[in-house]
Design a binder for this molecule. Structure first.
Ligand code: NAP
Length: 298
């Protein structure tokens, strides 16, 4: 099998070029910047690296960031910050880097993010609306995976897709998004009886596990498409959740250079869309300045 790479870097560059142009147009039209608030709680090194990469990408396309780094914090304190960002008309999007420390009630905090600013689709409200196919931001990684599929004209309708992993930020929203595109979706997790068999039946495998090379090359159906969202460090090297599927898969995302860069580009795109929608609302509904943000968009 002649395997081809789904080049995430290329997809990300295209999204970023588009965002950069639209950010410029936005600033010309409204004479104000677009701003993403980023929040890190705790001392997780990987989280700090991810947020640094996201902030750098924001700067590259002209999006401003307001960064909160909170080494030790409480649920109540974090909720206060989220509510003040919801009410701040200069903030267009809110990103809370996960995982949060164990002492923080993650769900309670995520659910406080205003729908129109939830650019990483973290709240139950966003997840619910996205699952129903309504207007809401989906989590950036699975949304980014859809961007990869679209870039390469991969139609999932009627295809058997096996999503391995069911986390609220990746596996579950991924499955909902694929279902919305009429794929036949199987979700696997630690209690799945025969993972190898499930994977062997799939036309498309989405790996979102966090276990280096858990999915073996020989488990894959000949010609399957492999999307590997996994990002694991092994002996100083980044490794996916799937053994390099070259020779068996028809198309696959490499690690690094696959899903990762598209996730970041998608976050920028979502932040811009959030700002554009907030402006459209101000223009069309004349909410009296930007006070609408205090009430939230109804
Ligand atoms: P997570 O919250 O730890 O969830 C992992 C999921 O994998 C869980 O649903 C778990 O099942 C399942 N799982 C674990 N071991 C398994 C096994 N042996 N067999 C079958 N299922 C198994 O992880 P996550 O946040 O979704 O992240 C998953 C991976 O994606 C990680 O490598 C992470 O670094 C990467 N990631 C990448 C990006 C990106 O931008 N590229 C963004 C986010 C995450 P249970 O539910 O039964 O426990």
């Amino acid at each position: 099998m002649n395997s081809q790479i789904l080049d995430g870097q290329r997809v990300a560059e295209e999204i970023k070029d588009n965002v950069r142009n639209r950010v410029y147009e936005y600033e010309q039209a409204y004479n104000e910047p677009i701003t993403l608030a980023t929040i890190i709680v705790g001392n997780d090194k990987a989280s700090k690296t991810y947020v640094k990469m996201k902030s750098k990408a924001c700067r590259e396309v002209g999006i401003h960031t307001m960064e909160y780094i909170l080494p030790e914090f409480t649920t109540d304190g974090l909720i206060q910050i989220i509510e003040s960002l919801n009410a701040n008309p200069s903030i267009n999007g809110i990103l809370i880097q996960h995982p949060l420390p164990k002492n923080i009630d993650e769900k309670e905090c995520f659910d406080k993010i205003a729908l129109e600013k939830d650019v990483d689709g973290l709240s139950s409200h966003s997840f619910g609306k996205m699952s129903f196919g309504e207007d809401a931001f989906g989590s950036a990684t699975p949304t980014g995976i859809l961007h990869i599929l679209d870039f390469y004209n991969i139609d999932v309708q009627g295809k058997k897709v096996c999503v391995v992993g069911r986390s609220p930020i990746l596996g579950k929203p991924m499955a909902a998004m694929l279902l919305n595109r009429d794929a036949t979706v199987t979700i696997c997790h630690t209690k799945t009886k025969n993972l190898q068999e499930e994977i062997g039946q799939a036309d498309i495998v989405v790996a979102a596990v966090g276990r280096p090379e858990l999915i073996k090359k020989e488990w894959l159906k000949e010609g399957a498409i492999v999307i590997d969202a996994g990002y694991n460090y092994v002996n100083g090297k980044s490794v996916g959740d799937v053994q390099n599927p070259s020779g068996v898969a028809s198309l696959y995302t490499p690690v690094p250079g696959g899903v990762g860069p598209v996730t970041i580009a998608t976050l920028l795109d979502n932040t811009l869309i959030a700002a554009e929608k907030q402006q459209a609302l101000i223009q069309t509904k004349n909410y009296g300045g930007k006070q609408y943000i205090k009430e939230g968009i109804k």
